[in-house]
Design a protein around this ligand. Sequence first.
Ligand code: KG4
Ligand code: ZN
Length: 336
Amino acid sequence: MLVLGIETSCDETGVALFDTYTGLLAHELHSQVSMHAEYGGVVPELASRDHIRRIIPLIRSTLKQADRHLKDINAIAYTRGPGLAGALLVGAAVAEGLAYSLNLPRIGIHHLEGHLLAPLIEPSPPEFPFIALLVSGGHTQLMRVNGIGSYRLLGETLDDAAGEAFDKTAKLLNLGYPGGPAISKLARTGNPDRFRLPRPLINSGDLNFSFSGLKTAVLTLVNNIPEDESNTRDIAASFQKAMVDVLTSKAIAALDYEKLQRLVVAGGVGANEQLREAMEIKITKQGGAVYYPKLEFCTDNGAMIAFAGAMRLSEATKNHGFSICPRWPLEGLTLE
Ligand code: KG4
Ligand code: ZN
């Protein structure tokens, strides 16, 4: 069965073709990062308009790359939420329109489910159950994953998401948007121990996160020391170390709490090389294993949506007409 996957929840237009027998055939992505960079963040209206421009050519090029035609597709999966309403509508409308005209079943996928299943696209995927640390621009959650569709929320951020904290800190340091990759790059040459920044809720005894105090601590620092390259490098490295400490410590606490050994790290912040390194060291040390999606599938992409669609094929329907869910809890997920 060949599944076409469409992702348009935020600032990336992603399209992919997943074959349930042979795996991922092709995927294409258009990132709007350079378009939004001059505004310092995603401008929702511009995002929707750009998705409209990109989506059809991307579907065409993905089919071409896989040497397949529209008539070869058996089902269509698209991101139904959560995300920016206008951006979601573009993917949903194109997917529903195509499904209707080709008389195909379609399925609306939860974006975070796409992220947390992305490591399963790889060879040697983790077995269920596992803990998933979802760290994206809009979410920071720890989930117990018992199987496809069986997710229990263990903890989440009380304020900013991890990616949001990276983005806001990068803004304070004049590093541009998106902040994560810029901070990570700069932190390589900085001293992570020069500034002792807070590790919010690290000893809270629960699995929740809070990052807004960390961002405020960076703001205080920025206002009190001269702006030069070496200070910026050291702040970036110290901030990142605080983030990595909190994320690794909470992930390990979740594994202990649930008596599990397997951790999946998914979402854009999962691309952070220092986080990956620290997780690997700490979790293997206690006999556990960490799983990541391929680097290119950490941030938003169509492959994870095509894959989640393939896992949920039995729920795809020809009942056309659609709604999007800009806010949508993952726990207790039902697709219709
Ligand atoms: O999963 P994603 O592409 O989109 C959402 O669903 O939100 O995540 C985007 C977030 C942004 O906040 C970005 O700064 C962050 O992921 N990010 C990173 C890195 N690459 C992307 N954060 C830290 N280090 C990175 N290398
Ligand atoms: Zn995402």
